[in-house]
Design a protein around this ligand. Structure first.
Ligand code: C5P
Length: 232
């Protein structure tokens, strides 16, 4: 497992201060809509300057026509980030077009597909997708695997079934992690790190339990130490 910290603080300064306090760890940093729309490429560069070994996950969840998605994927690759994501519901042609375009690059970022947004409940989800979340997440995961993506964003509780339906190497990145059972906040289905390890999550994403802690650095130290004991 590799820890991914969500940089969800309200300003670039606060996010960079958090990154600065964590610079001794070669961990993943998740840059989402808010931070990227507001702070853009200079923010990515500032993170890399703090620690060149930080890995950057650009969480922009692309969804458009295949050619437009591939154009965006190419620009993302030029930013030098290490991972980004698209919506699986963009479909197989979009997936293949993105992966084919990126194959021209010697070093390309990992590409994940969002299966089901965790904010959906089953009823609303099936109104749109006409299947249960579990069923559709697995179907989207298989589609992503067959079309050359590296993995999916899913809930911890779908991670194992998705690997069994695809491959052990097919990556799962899972938000809603409460490393030591902290407050769930607005997340519906949360899991501890121990459960995440059992469910074979590759990238546990942790936001509030780290940045709302009085000592984020100490919290990451504890998480990293626990993760080392949970590695197979
Ligand atoms: O603070 P918390 O640990 O709940 O943060 C989780 C992060 O993962 C947030 O940045 C949230 O936007 C993101 N996320 C999520 N569920 C998804 C996709 C992304 O919680 N399905």
């Amino acid at each position: 497992m590799e820890l991914c910290v969500a940089l969800d603080l309200p300003s670039a300064e606060e996010n960079l201060m958090l990154a600065e306090s964590l610079k001794m760890y070669n961990i993943w940093m998740k840059v989402g809509f808010r931070a990227y729309i507001r702070d853009g490429k200079p923010f990515i560069e500032a993170l890399k300057k703090i620690n060149p070994e930080f890995k950057i996950f650009l969480d922009l969840k692309l969804y458009d026509i295949p050619n437009t998605m591939a154009d965006a994927a190419e620009e993302i690759t030029k930013l030098g980030v290490d991972m980004f994501n698209i919506h699986a519901s963009a479909g197989p042609v979009a997936m293949r077009t993105v992966m084919e375009r990126l194959s021209a690059y010697e070093k390309r970022p990992l590409v994940l597909a969002v299966t089901a947004l965790t904010s959906f409940d089953d009823e609303t989800f099936s109104l749109i997708y006409e299947k249960s979340i579990d069923e559709k997440a697995e179907q989207f995961a298989k589609m992503s695997y067959e079309n050359g993506l590296d993995g999916v964003v899913c809930s911890t509780f779908e991670s194992r079934a998705i690997k069994e339906a695809t491959s052990d190497d097919f990556l799962t990145l899972c938000p809603g992690i409460r490393p030591f059972g902290e407050d769930a906040g607005d997340q519906q289905r949360v899991a501890t790190l121990e459960v995440a390890a059992k469910e074979r999550v590759d990238f546990p994403v942790v936001g509030r339990p780290i940045y709302k802690d009085a000592d984020p650095q100490g919290k990451v130290a504890k998480i990293v130490a626990l993760m080392a004991t949970l590695q197979p």
